[in-house]
Design a protein around this ligand. Sequence first.
Ligand code: ARG
Length: 460
Amino acid sequence: MSAKAWGGRFAQSTDARVEAFTESISFDARLAEVDVRGSQAHARMLATVGLLTDDEADLICATLDDIRGEIERGELPFRTDLEDIHMHIESRLIECIGDVGRKLHTARSRNDQVSTDLRLYVRDAIDHLDELLADVQRAFVGRGESDADIVLPGYTHLQRAQPVMAVHYWLAYCEKIQRDRDRLSDTRKRVNVSPLGCAALAGTSLPIDREQTANALGFDTVAANSLDVSSDRDYLVETASCLALIAAHLSTWAEEWILWNTTEFGFLTLPDAFTTGSSIMPQKKNPDVLELIRGKSARVMAAVPQLLILVKGLPLAYNRDLQEDKLALFDALDTVTACLELVPAIVSNATLNRETINARIEEGFLDATTLMEYLITRGVPMRTGHETVGKLVALAESRDCRLADLALDDLRDACDAVDESVYDVLGTANVVNALQSYGSGGSRPVTEQLVAWRDRLNEA
Ligand code: ARG
């Protein structure tokens, strides 16, 4: 029978099935590093306020360093009877240094401890994600030169709509990812609050200094209500929501490139090293990585409802339900991280198939909207221009030709505001020159945005 840290009031030993059912060491061992950091800050503070001597704090901190090393090297065996990472570290500490180790948990509960650990862990994860997201942005911006003169069809409803510079697509993803980064950095503010010292739920009668531990651990502020913070997992729901949107953006990109990589589109060739083959069809080169990035978004998104359902209706303050938070969080974090680690290489090493794109870029009346705008500049009311161009499209379709192939007489028959200059706005190349408004997909605004993105990413 193992002596439980909380065993004083129990006459029976814990049922083995209960130990197996309640353990979290199988998934919270990854908190070892932050747990040691938190405990060391706590021990130093206990010495400052006179609850430990400096020698005791030194001994505790040095032994915790050793224990962290043991865990990193896989030398500390994990046991379900010790429940979680916190108990493993504390019991090892006591094994090493006896009664001094038995003082560490003074003025602390696992409830403030686990939230402190999680906040430190999530804070580090956010900082790492920010770097990975910036790498993805750099990969997209890095295509700016090689793809500078390529024009792609822009789509709505997956129907050809208006032409845009290829780089406009790349910068669209930079914008989405920037919002992901901004959201994470905003979430970080609410992550970076110290629960340490709230103890179980009510704080402590001992003379602790919560500012000191918060400062030592790099927290911006100290949580002001012990009941609130020991039950609070908002920061995990927020983090998971940020991850879900990242996954949504990656999934959109993956889907788009899966389409572009088909024989039917033929816009894009994926690098061999990032595709896989078929066990039966020798010719196949499949975009499995992109499909899995799209597919794995499901479990990342599922973390958001999972966490919300977990916290819904829990009475204040800590309830053991909260132990389950780590399963959803870690899986979502690991999944997004694994995807983000692959994306830059795929983005940088795929090739746009210029010939295939250009061969059909004049199809689909991509210049129709610009023709309508030309009529507007010549005094034609928008709705009239819309109808006129609609009729011209029908005419061109019936003749199986482009708008630019229609004779001036045909164009003037439809609208006498037209003259020779109309041919300066027809055709894809003219359209991307004509798109000048801020944020549009024309060559000039896109070049300006590309320069701005380069500056922005280099500065960071
Ligand atoms: N393993 C627990 C968790 O992850 C640590 C907190 C346990 N607290 C308690 N009062 N039993 O939530």
